[in-house]
Design a protein around this ligand. Structure first.
Ligand code: ATP
Length: 512
C-alpha cells in the first residue's frame, strides 16, 4: 500500500469505528470541519490529559487556565493578527482551485529533499558499513545536482519571504514549473493576502465596536491573564501558564483530514522568564517537548526539529517539531522564543502596566516568553496514522489493528463471555462493574470470539478478557494481548493490577 492509499484507508477506518466523522454529514458535510465520535473523544481526552498532567502536575511552576474564545477585539490588534495573520493565496485559472503559494513552494522543496534522501539510502545500501554519508553528499553527482537546485530555490524563497515579495513567490512557482495537481497547468493568478480570522458580531464592547473574532490561537487568553495569575497565584519568574482550547482559522487550503481544520484544538503553554535567559529556556523547552513526544513510544526516528530560518520580527528563536505523517514530515508543534512582544504590546494597547517586580533585585521588567504550542488534532492524527496496521496472520487471514500507545487507547479492556448463556454473561458483567471505576471498558457478547477480538483490535483495545466455563470453577479468565495476540490465564482478582501496569497514564508520566 502506498502512503497515499494508507491515508485514505485510515480516514475510512476512523469513520467506520467511531473515531472521526465529517461534520454535518447528513447535509453533505462542511469542508475542513470534523466531529469526534465515541472512540475519538476518548483518545483525544487521553492525549489532553497526558499533556495537561505533564505540564501542570510535573512542573510546580506551571499552572493552567481556561479563558474564553471571545475576547476584546483590541487584543487582536495588539497581537498583530488583524494586520498580519494572512496566508499568501494563488489560484489556478484553469481548475479554479486555490492554493497557498508558500505551501506549493515548500512541497516542491520537500520533493527535492526526498530525492536526495533516496540517493543517500541507495548509497548506504551499496557501500554497507563503510558508507560515509558526508563524503557521499559532497561527491555524488546526483545529490550535488539536486542540492544545487534546492539551494537556489530555497535562497530565493527565503529572500521573498523576508521581503514579503509575493510577485517573487509567483515567479518561483512559474520558474520551477509547479503545476496545479488538478488541471496540470501553470496558469496562475497573482498571489493575494487573505486574513485567516473569522469575525462575528457582539452586542457591543466598551469602545462601541461590535465586530469580534473567534480566537485564532489560545495564547492571547494567557497573555491577557498574565497579571491575574501572577498576582493571585503568587507566581515567581520563571513560571508558566498552560491552556487547552478551541481555535479557529479560515484555512483556505483545507485538505489532509484533521491535519488542517477550520475549528481545531490547541494545547499551549507560555513560560515567562527574565530577559536574557531566553535562549537557555528555549533549548530547555525544545528538549522537554521532544522527550514528551518520544515517550509515547512511536519511534524517535519519526520526529525531527525544523528550525525556522525566517523569524517573525518579535521572535529570536523558533523551531517546529515535525512528525512523519503518511504525507511526509509536517509540523506537529511549534516552540517559539517570543521576547516581550506580546506582553509589551498589551501594555501599550491597554494602557495597563504589565510587569514583574523581582523582589531579589528590586527591578521591574516586562517578562520574556517561551511558547510551546501543539495541536490536539494533529497529535490524534499522528497517533492514528502510526497505529494503523494491516497484519497477515498465520492462518492466512488479515487483521487490522490499531497499536495505539496503551495509555492513550480509548478502551482499555473488553470483557467477553465466551457464550451468551450458562451464567457466563453474569460473571462478565460483574467483572465489568468492578473494572469500570478504573478503566474505560467495553462489554461485548455478540458474534464469535474471533470476530469480537477483531473488533477490539480495530479500535486498539490493549486487553481482551474472556470468561469461559472454567471461570465458574477456577475464577480465572483468559487475557489476550492486542499486540502479541498471546493469551494468558489469570485470576480475576489480578485483573486490575495487570491492566493498570500497562495502561496507567502515570507510568508514562514517570518516564519523562
Ligand atoms: P501551519 O504552518 O501548518 O499552518 P502554524 O505554524 O500556523 O501551522 P501555529 O500557529 O504555530 O501553526 O499553531 C500551533 C499548532 O497548532 C500547530 O503546530 C498545529 O499543531 C496546530 N494547528 C495550527 N493550525 C491548525 C489547523 N488549521 N488545524 C489543525 N491544527 C492546527
Amino acid at each position: 500500500m502506498t502512503q497515499d492509499e494508507l491515508f485514505k484507508v485510515l480516514v475510512a477506518h476512523c469513520k467506520e469505528y467511531g473515531f472521526i466523522f465529517p461534520s454535518s454529514e447528513i447535509y453533505d458535510g462542511l469542508a475542513a470541519v470534523y466531529d469526534y465520535g465515541q472512540m475519538g473523544v476518548e483518545l483525544k481526552n487521553n492525549i489532553k490529559q497526558y499533556w495537561w498532567n505533564a505540564m501542570t502536575r510535573l512542573n510546580e511552576n506551571i499552572v493552567g487556565i481556561d479563558s474564553c474564545i471571545f475576547m476584546h477585539p483590541r487584543i487582536w490588534e495588539a497581537s498583530g493578527h488583524v494586520s498580519a495573520f494572512n496566508d499568501p493565496l494563488i489560484d489556478n485559472k484553469d481548475s479554479k482551485k486555490r492554493y497557498r503559494a508558500d505551501v506549493l513552494i515548500e512541497d516542491y522543496l520537500g520533493k527535492i529533499e526526498e530525492k536526495i534522501a533516496k540517493e543517500v539510502a541507495k548509497g548506504r545500501k551499496r557501500f554497507g558499513d563503510s558508507f560515509d554519508e558526508a563524503q557521499f553528499r559532497a561527491t555524488n553527482p546526483n545529490v550535488l545536482r539536486e542540492q544545487a537546485k534546492y539551494d537556489e530555490v530555497h535562497n530565493r524563497y527565503v529572500k521573498a519571504e523576508q521581503a514579503s515579495d509575493f510577485a517573487e513567490y509567483r515567479q518561483i512557482i512559474i520558474d520551477c514549473g509547479i503545476v496545479c495537481p488538478i488541471s496540470g497547468t501553470c496558469n496562475w493568478t497573482d498571489v493575494r493576502q487573505f486574513n485567516l480570522m473569522f469575525s462575528t458580531s457582539i452586542g457591543s464592547t466598551s469602545e462601541g465596536a461590535n465586530t469580534i473574532y473567534l480566537r485564532p490561537e489560545t495564547a492571547q487568553g494567557i497573555f491577557v491573564n498574565y497579571l491575574n495569575v501572577q498576582k493571585t497565584g503568587r507566581m515567581k519568574i520563571p513560571f508558566g501558564i498552560a491552556q487547552i482550547g478551541k481555535a479557529f482559522r479560515n484555512e483556505i487550503v483545507a485538505r489532509q483530514f484533521i491535519f488542517r481544520m477550520r475549528e481545531f484544538e490547541q494545547m499551549e503553554m507560555q513560560f515567562f522568564i527574565k530577559p536574557g535567559t531566553e535562549l537557555e529556556w528555549f533549548k530547555n523547552w525544545k528538549e522537554k517537548r521532544m522527550a514528551w513526544h518520544v515517550n509515547l513510544g512511536m519511534g524517535a526516528e519519526n520526529y525531527r526539529f525544523h528550525d525556522h530560518e525566517k523569524l517573525a520580527h518579535y521572535a529570536n528563536a523558533a523551531t517546529d517539531i515535525e512528525f512523519q505523517f503518511p504525507f511526509g514530515f509536517k509540523e506537529l508543534e511549534g516552540i517559539h522564543s517570543r521576547t516581550d512582544f506580546d506582553l509589551g504590546n498589551h501594555q501599550k494597547f491597554s494602557g495597563k502596566k504589565i510587569q514583574y517586580f523581582d523582589p531579589e533585585t528590586g527591578e521591574s521588567f516586562v517578562p520574556y516568553v517561551i511558547e510551546t504550542s501543539i495541536g490536539v488534532d494533529r497529535t490524534v492524527l499522528a497517533v492514528l496514522s502510526h497505529a494503523y496496521k494491516e497484519e497477515k496472520l498465520e492462518n492466512g487471514e488479515t487483521r487490522v489493528v490499531l497499536s495505539i500507545p496503551p495509555a492513550l487507547a480509548p478502551v482499555k479492556a473488553a470483557v467477553l463471555p465466551l457464550v451468551k448463556k450458562d451464567g457466563l454473561p453474569e460473571v462478565a458483567q460483574q467483572i465489568m462493574d468492578d473494572l469500570k471505576y478504573d478503566f474505560n471498558c467495553q462489554y461485548d457478547e455478540k458474534d464469535s470470539i474471533g470476530k469480537r477480538y477483531r473488533r477490539q483490535d480495530a479500535i486498539g483495545t490493549p486487553y481482551c478478557i474472556t470468561v469461559d466455563h472454567d471461570t465458574l470453577e477456577d475464577h480465572c479468565v483468559t487475557v489476550r494481548d492486542r499486540d502479541t495476540m498471546t493469551q494468558e490465564r489469570i485470576p480475576i482478582a489480578e485483573l486490575r493490577s495487570l491492566i493498570d501496569k500497562k495502561v496507567n497514564l502515570n507510568n508514562l508520566l514517570r518516564n519523562l
